[in-house]
Design a protein around this ligand. Sequence first.
Ligand code: AMP
Ligand code: MG
Length: 645
Amino acid sequence: MSAPNAPGLAGHQQEQFLQVLSRDDAEAAFMAALGPRPLGAEEVALEALLGRVLARDIAAPVDAPPFDRAVVDGFALRAADLFEASEAEPVRLRLNPEVIHCGTAPALPVAPGTATPIATGGPIPRGADAVVMIEHTEPEGDGIAVARAVAPGSFIGFAGSDIARGQTLLRRGVVIGAREVAMLAAVGLDRAPVWRKPRVAVLSTGDELVRPGDPLRPAGVYDSNGPVIAAALAENGCEAVHLGAIPDDEAQLTEAVRAAFAAHDALILSGGTSKGAGDLTTRVIAGLGAPGIVAHGVALKPGKPLCLAVCDGKPVAVLPGFPTSAMFTLHEMVAPVLRIMAGLPPRGAARIEAVLPLRLGSELGRTEFAMVALTEGPEGAVAHPVGKGSGAVTAFAQADGFLTVPALVDSLAAGTRAEVTLFGVGVAAPRLAVIGSHCVGLDAVVGRLAGQGMTARILATGSQGGLAALARRECDIAPIHLFDPATDSFNTPYLADGMRLIPGWRRMQGLVFRAGDARLAGKGVAEALAALLADPEAIMVNRNQGAGTRVLIDRLLAGARPQGYWNQPNSHNAVAAAVAQGRADWGVAIRPAAEALGLGFLPVAEEHYDFAVWQDPRDAAALEAFEAALAQSRDELHALGFDPR
Ligand code: AMP
Ligand code: MG
């Protein structure tokens, strides 16, 4: 095992990071060393072509349709016979003794003064040059009467009119979708040459990693990078082979990396690039082949520890361990190369302009990516930065795209119009934007709306942030729980002119503790608090400034500063987790958070969780749907431990 803090390793690390390359220099070095190109073509059967990239132009080997055919149900005839036809003097035609169905070759010619019944798709018989619709004829004896003239060629689909033999049907580089499958099948092709997919091995590294599906052990973290990298590679035309997580052990990692490298066209690792890890992964790949590492340390944020290598003509990348860093560096620096190897064109990124609601600080000297969620504001789209910090995997779920802040820019002012690169085509602001304090009960209500087909987005910013966004009309609903000591009431005093409150529910907040803690179990709140404050060994967990719960905690403490006061996480769940895992002995949270982890709970005060909205909303129908969903969620809210109003 490597000793993470050994001075030698730290020195080595330092050296490597001194040569941080700019984004563009790193890309140029990677491209130059690799010279990426498609790997070669293979013939693939029609059934398996969806999503594959055509390696050569395809010319149609036959005409489609292969013969002249009727495009309506009616009668094949000679247009010249009807030149004189009119309502006043319909022309009478004799019927030939055959009916041409789809798939029947005609046996009899159409002589002047005759017609042959023909079905849609039936081949046009010799002699006929037009088809008249059945609706435009009248039966008359053993023939038909036609009261209008038709132009030659009417209702005939001519051979090759759809696709002419020899015509280029599909061009190389096209990604085969249902349309392309249809075209190949229509000209009788049951296979096509496509680029071979790059087979890319994906390895996660870290002693802490646990396979999703297995139980989480103490200090364990689920391996999310492996599956998400594999999925992103598949989206970019590769065949990803996820080989699981390898512990931070040089011998094991070397063996796994060697085997994976030998058997695949490319290798993507994640983790083990930050200082604490002693640069293990980078050292292991350095020995894989020439020329080796071309960039280690790139001026990206997040993503600085990225390492790019080319070994014996194959790309190898070590992505930073933090999930968002891993995704950004993959998409920005590695996916473009793999797309070339897969024969795909560069990803056509969809972009829109959006307004930044708040100032966005950025580090000078690094190309910075900030994930944003979109809402509809008074002047078009608004881009709310989400998931500060590269560790947030959920930020991806909330975000619609990202902003790129160039290396030489140190901040974007509030109100700046910036370009957002969307995560997918067709990504748009949700119909209903909910910004403010988060509560699991809210998930239930919004989940019901989503079930009804209404797109909604929740951004957890805290009550104050939500009210500010509502004031700027950048959201539709601001869930808040703000106590006003002056009036001894919740929420209403905080509304601006023109706003109203939709009553939500009450949440019981209380002291949470590990069941059986004698300082609290069975005690009253005052007595329990006195015992805790008198015990120098007791450690609390606080809440962040601005949280409604923090106001309550400060009132309870009445100026006391017990151990743990400066530990200030920003959610009820984080408080419960700290207590359940023994990092703290007590804190204040809502009852459902305590119950979820089997903690003891002493009720302190009920908190009012309501929804601030405008009296003249942007989308009244959406708001009505929200209120209806709220009313329909009563039972569910009760079951979650809330008291709906
Ligand atoms: P590292 O680059 O190995 O020092 O990892 C940096 C951070 O990313 C640590 O918090 C790791 O636990 C986390 N991390 C590394 N690999 C993964 C992974 N495969 N899935 C989720 N988190 C990871
Ligand atoms: Mg690690």
